[in-house]
Design a protein around this ligand. Structure first.
Ligand code: AMP
Length: 190
């Protein structure tokens, strides 16, 4: 079983590329951002709690996020590999993910980071806000806050998996299919 963390700042193309990888390789695609938006859409207590953080560009508390992720993973025992998109977002979540996978003698095969500059991210997310309907996409100061949170809390996850050589990076700038080909080249070596 191949389990991949698709990694990178907000707006780096994780969601787009994760969907394409899931289609091509038959992986289950788990996006914690999508799971939260589903809960928000259904006005569940979890959704209402998450919304107060998401709207400010902050991370939802670990206990809530890890519990939701665990439920999703445990409800899909037959998955032929998982692609994690937007999780883990800090080292504590990475440790929790490792423990969860170890319970079924599984592990992360690779973390793949999409490299995109901050200015390109802001440009892309503002463009996406025209159609995404996401309140956290429409305001530049919230986007900048999401980037700060990424640099402070999420970026160290790259080092966490690089200790034993599992972290990789690919250029995240270019045509969608060009970037996809770079990712496939890497996934084919796993
Ligand atoms: P995304 O769709 O991945 O950009 O996530 C949108 C928002 O959902 C983030 O800015 C966070 O507020 C929240 N979120 C998504 N995934 C996580 C996570 N793993 N940990 C904490 N908050 C998260």
């Amino acid at each position: 079983m191949i389990n991949i963390i698709l990694f990178g700042p907000p707006g780096s193309g994780k969601g787009t590329q994760a969907k394409k990888l899931a289609d091509k390789y038959g992986f289950l695609h788990i996006s914690t951002g999508d799971l939260f938006r589903y809960e928000i859409g259904n006005k569940t207590p979890l959704g209402l709690e998450a919304k107060s953080y998401i709207d400010k560009g902050q991370l939802v508390p670990d206990s809530v996020t890890i519990g939701m992720l665990r439920k999703k993973v445990e409800s899909s025992p037959d998955a032929n590999g998982i692609i994690f998109d937007g999780f883990p977002r800090n080292v504590l979540q990475a440790e929790a993910l490792d423990e969860l996978l170890a319970e079924s003698d599984d592990r992360i095969s690779a973390l793949i980071q999409l490299n995109v500059s901050d200015d390109e991210i802001v440009k892309r997310i503002l463009e996406r806000s025209k159609t995404s309907g996401r309140s956290d996409d429409a305001d530049e100061s919230i986007i900048r806050n999401r980037i700060d949170v990424y640099n402070r809390e999420t970026a160290p996850v790259f080092a966490y998996y690089s200790e034993d050589g599992r972290s990789h990076a690919v250029e995240g700038i270019g045509q969608i299919d060009e970037i996809f080909a770079r990712l496939c080249n890497l996934v084919d070596t796993l």
